[in-house]
Design a protein around this ligand. Sequence first.
Ligand SMILES: *Cc1c(COP(=O)(O)O)cnc(C)c1O
Length: 725
Amino acid sequence: MAEIIEERPLKFTLPSRIERLADLAFNLWWVWNPEAQRLFKGIDELLWEGSYHNPVAFLRDVERSRLNAMTADPYFLDKYDRVIREFDRYMNEKDTWFSQTYPQLVNDQVAYFSFEFGLHESLMVYAGGLGILAGDHLKESSDLGIPLVGVGFVYTYGYFSQRISEDGWQHADNVPIDFDSLPLIRLLNADGEPLLVSIDLPGRKVFARIYQLNVGRVKLYLLHTNIPENGPNDRQLTDRLYISDLELRISQEILLGMGGVRALRALGYEPTAWHMNEGHSAFLTLERALEYVEKGLSFAEAVELIKKTNIFTTHTPVPAGNDEFPLWLIDKYFVQIWSDLGITRDDFINIAKVSQSWGGEAFSMPVLALKLSDFRNGVSELHGIVARKMWNFLWPDEKADQVPIGAITNGIHTETWLARQMGLLFSRYLGSDWVDHIDDPNMWAKVENIPDEEFWRVRRHLKRKLVAYTIQRARGQWQTNQRHPVQTIASGVLLDPYVLTIGFARRFATYKRADLILTDYDRLLKIVTNERRPVQFIFAGKAHPADEPGKQMIQRVYQAVKDARFGGRLVFLEDYDMNIARYLVQGVDVWLNNPRKPREASGTSGMKAALNGVLNFSILDGWWREGYNGRNGWAISENTPDAADPAEQDRLDALSLYDILENEIVPLFYDQRSADNMPVDWIARMKENIRTLAGQFSTRRMLKEYMTQMYEPAILNGIDERNQG
Ligand SMILES: *Cc1c(COP(=O)(O)O)cnc(C)c1O
């Protein structure tokens, strides 16, 4: 293997006593370790906030005199030593869950490909749930010691930054990331030049540089094309996420799939199993097949081999949401490749040809992935059922329930999403080693031991934190932007930390029906402005810039938010991201999710809320259909049979939503108070919610299922193949 040099974009001059802060800054381990965050925050809290919690920018900008002063602060040094010791222990741990459970597999590797990775708010290379799931997947793999390596893109503009104008219209600002102030490590070859990989596109080569992100023990490699070796058009390939231009899109996907395999090879990796998170990376199957064809196998033989070690996870429950390319584009981009593979155009197209509703034909990325993988899954039980039906036509001899697509329900990375104060309660009452038992239901049963007073004190603290943060943000936006005063009220300056608060935050895709709550405007007015028992709603979320109905939905919600009759109790937080998500899922009382069933393949934000004691109030779709037990939250339309007509379903769901809110949620929060003003039944429900959901919907449980159902058998197939070949 060629020598690879890792180069940090910045070399800090730090006092030697605390110089290892730089090592912390270049490994995202700190993202899920509150004590490490508090180390940075303790040096200069304002700058920490100002850097958007980015330690690389922080260490660049912090006053040197301040750093020197810290070296004389015994309290700080003690904390520093503890954090560094813990970091070193974590990084050097040989005895992981993986190495203990699969000692015979420690020399094998799983490659994990995704279009987006949501790891932290300072690294805007994610759009939403799919990316955050991928980020949580890497963090948990690191914790469990799973030998996984990630491949994706670093985008110049990532996903857009959202601004709402006074009329409620969403504007997309493209803010370029600053490569020099992020923990993106440049990879160089032995001569000190940037390590490049290339792919062939029609009439030219496109080159990509490789950046490395350290995610605890896991490495994530990110490709980027804005470099001098490329022409102006190709430089834009990795500008942004989810572009609508199909030529750019297919080029991106060729780069991710085929270029990603080449990047791993250039770095000396020989992964045994290959996991595609959604269909965007499915061209990796072609690159893998090419490798075998070049060794003398036929395409058919190569396919038989690679299938045994390919894994595909689908996230899209409707045909229209799937990634497809018109055949003329496939002709243009793959004519060389099918001849290199030794097959005809028809053979090639037939692998992934689908008919479209308008009668034409297209090349489907999920079909390519499904056909060339032996391991396939959806992301919740219900989504598994839906996916088996949807893809039944690929296995025409099977009944729908026999279609070979399984289900592994999504989870969240517990330590990333847990409020620090809640974590302290867990350490105290669930055992100091509770993080080693996240998927053990017996451990979570101990949540009953937390005294109500302490539990309620933390919940109130988290709501006050959310309100304080919202006001702080509103002030900042009022100062810096051209805004109408009513927008400052819409941003939440009138929030009240004592009022029952409901959160609704996610992508504004129309099936998620953010405006369902507005169905009966007068009834909502009465609920929100009830004098003794008022209710607050906080909305947040972006619509895809090309999604006009999604943007109109934001506008409808924003009009209501600005309506003075609601008294500022409806709020819209602009520019939803992981930071706002954390405040919301930790700080509100109730998490509302009302998608049109069965469109929500899984959903994960409700899991983040549940972990922090926030009660879910949702449609029985995706994960909530598995999580709800009648006592740990509320289910919308639990007893209503599904309607055939979507408009009728909307009406029924809205009715159920209002009824439960008025008759169950509001009274439980306000009326059943103890002598010292605690909602005792509410608290019992919050504990039941943590007890039954926190472990079950964790990535700890999820990754162990991926290990037994996917990774272990795929790796064993790969080892077999190696031993024969
Ligand atoms: C968790 C999360 C999501 C996904 O939420 P869903 O409930 O799955 O829609 C999207 N965006 C951000 C910023 C998140 O943190």
